[in-house]
Design a protein around this ligand. Structure first.
Ligand SMILES: Nc1ncnc2c1ncn2[C@@H]1O[C@H](COP(=O)(O)OP(=O)(O)OP(=O)(O)O)[C@@H](O)[C@H]1O
Length: 283
């Protein structure tokens, strides 16, 4: 066990009984909507509010959380299963000590893995859920049967879309799949790269009206992040924009968004692990 893993474990031991982490899947229909950029900056804003946050990159093969964080991951979930490392051994740390795990193919195959591996995963994940307040899954773009199950196992899906019609159409298509899989899925829409507030509201309303009319589904608006040149610049520098330019338009909107988000009461029925277990049994 390395030093970092030992420190994480000891932090866990010092904690008294604490509610389990809220597991959130951040997804988008179309690639490039800003899902990874949002995930990182959302995590950092939550950390600034005193929360412990872990990001798990599930964008297999195309994951770019590490690049955006400027971190080179040594391990991934594959090492958990193949090399029998513990979950705390494979966690990397980024800015503001944000925790990060590269998903690798290890976690993607969760719905087809054997009982022994799944049972090991459950016991390790249980520890994660006790050590963190939020666990954010950065989902890959596109839809597979396994990624859909993964998303509905999460307590909430944050659906990132831009105002572009192609992004909205793909977001609706993902929503349709999610609702088919689980009509009760909790969805928060994040409008990214909005030119102004009106455009953000219009984008959300188009999606919400279609969801209501054709799927009978109510979705929520989490908020909007404007299109901001500082976001692009921060990606080039590999420094998250909320750290690089905390006063820019996009950072200010993240402040508002996170403050509002933390006021929403959690609607927890079933934990991620409970739901995952149920979905694995149904396979
Ligand atoms: N609010 C914004 N303002 C300006 N540019 C933005 C904004 N959000 C994202 N971008 C730009 O869009 C690019 C793509 O963002 P990001 O990598 O987060 O998308 P993604 O949805 O995770 O893509 P993929 O699914 O393909 O991994 C970023 O590199 C950044 O330059």
């Amino acid at each position: 066990m390395n030093d970092q893993a030992a420190r994480l474990r000891s932090r866990l031991k010092q904690q008294t009984v604490k509610a389990e982490a809220k597991t959130i899947a951040v997804a988008s229909g179309k690639g490039g909507a800003g899902k990874s950029t949002f995930t990182i900056n959302f995590a950092l804003q939550l950390i600034k509010q005193g929360k412990n946050v872990l990001i798990i990159d599930l964008d297999i093969g195309m994951g770019n959380i590490d690049i955006l964080l400027g971190v080179t991951p040594k391990y991934s979930f594959t090492d958990l299963f193949e090399s029998h490392m513990t979950i705390f051994d494979i966690i990397e740390r980024g800015p503001l000590s944000v925790s990060y795990i590269a998903g690798g193919s290890g976690l993607a195959s969760i719905f087809s893995m054997g009982d022994e591996k799944f049972s090991y995963f459950q016991s390790e994940y249980q520890q994660l859920a006790k050590a963190f307040d939020y666990i954010l899954f950065d989902m890959g773009a596109g839809v597979t049967p396994d990624s859909l199950k993964h998303m509905i196992a999460a307590e909430e899906v944050i659906l990132v879309t831009t105002p572009e019609p192609t992004s909205l159409t793909d977001a609706y298509s993902l929503l349709k799949h999610l609702v088919r899989e689980d009509p009760d899925v909790e969805v928060q829409v994040l409008t990214n790269r909005a030119m102004n507030e009106q455009s953000a509201i219009h984008t959300y309303e188009r999606l919400a009206n279609a969801a209501n009319k054709f799927l009978g589904k109510k979705i929520n608006h989490m908020g909007a992040i404007p299109d901001d040149r500082h976001v692009f610049d921060s990606v080039l520098k590999q420094v998250p924009f909320t750290l690089e330019t905390p006063k820019c338009k996009a950072s200010k909107s993240m402040d508002v968004l996170v403050n509002q988000y933390l006021k929403i009461p959690s609607r927890k029925n079933e934990s991620f692990l409970e739901k995952l277990r149920r979905l694995v049994q149904e396979r």
